[in-house]
Design a protein around this ligand. Sequence first.
Ligand code: GLY
Ligand code: MN
Ligand code: MN
Length: 438
Amino acid sequence: MDQLASFYHAHITELNRRVAEITQRENLAGLVIHSGQPHRQFLDDMNYPFKVNPHFKAWLPLLDNPNCWIIANGIDKPTLVFYRPVDFWHKVSDVPDSFWTEHFNIQLLVKADKIAEFLPENLADWAYIGEHLDVADVLEFTARNPDGVLNYLHYHRAEKTQYELACLRRANQIAVRGHIAAKNAFYNGASEFEIQQQYLAAISQGENEMPYGNIIALNENAAILHYMSQEHIKPEQRRSFLIDAGASYHGYAADITRTYAFEKNPFSELIEAVNQAQLKIIDAMKPGVKYPDLHIKTHEYIGQILQDFDLVNSGADEALTAEITKAFFPHGLGHMLGLQVHDMGGYSHDERGTHIPAPEQHPFLRCTRPLAVNQVLTIEPGLYIIDSLLNDLSVSAKQWVNWQTVDFFRPFGGIRIEDNVIVHADRNENMTRELGLE
Ligand code: GLY
Ligand code: MN
Ligand code: MN
């Protein structure tokens, strides 16, 4: 914790520096960052789980308290207006006392609608950063999530501070623990639902604390890219297991995928081939490398694997040209990772937010900017049997597909292998593997 505290000092110094720079540039007095408000379910008296504004949790690991505010101008010590109602229905958060509290003037807000009393007088010069524009209206902010500010913050968010890297390592360490438990559960005969429960128990996080809904897929379900159901019934035959599951630490996300074969067979060999391709791509990550080039290189590897495993009758090159690799690997290679699973800033060319579009041929790619030191990205190649995509191939491309092999692999669903990687000046840090996940 001591090291985190000292990293945090540098982190908040950097955040203050950014606020000072961008508010001066945009002629603003400062930023007023809203943690958010609860969202009520339609015709109900229940709220959806609270998801804090990522711009708020960038400042401090306060994830579960709506109606809080940060007031920052980059020069003065920032103020945290901490919501602490008198409420006998709900748990009221304790007044914070942690490694970060000394860096804020903390004021307590008892009634959410009294916030105006805590905010600067002339809000016309301040920018509201948050989701609730109706609240910003009532408070008479004129600048609300200004593009100039958000573009700047999102661009810089890609470069993590040492505090953020420490949080991301910790999130990976926690998720690795869950993945090992889930793998054991799979080999011990658990259902998808039971695997999920064992994962959550191993990491001691509830579903609402997770950075995204886990994908826990047995057999054919592994071919459904965002498979969110969890079958309670155990399949009669156990062939394969794809798990895409993360963890959170202080608001930072891990996003890890593994695929397992129940037995040694051609599918386990196919997993190993995708694994080797993934490691080669990670080896090629360096500052200055364009992420789309890595994505295109991955398609070359997938083309080779399709040929090696007799999934196509063509050469690897034809598989690429005929867009067959895209039917087997239809998503992007990965994305930036941080406060959000798909972290902002992946398309930003510069502080002004100049957009670098995804290549026309690869519209799902979520990161187009060059790699740089202290960026954190996922690398997640996949290879799936998705009938709808294979059916959509052109007539000529279909002739290259070896349908018998497709039939053989279909019951296994598919493969994805996803690690979380920090780009350093002289090496890559594959957090997921270095923290113990094979
Ligand atoms: N788990 C979401 C993703 O891999 O992008
Ligand atoms: Mn994932
Ligand atoms: Mn991912």
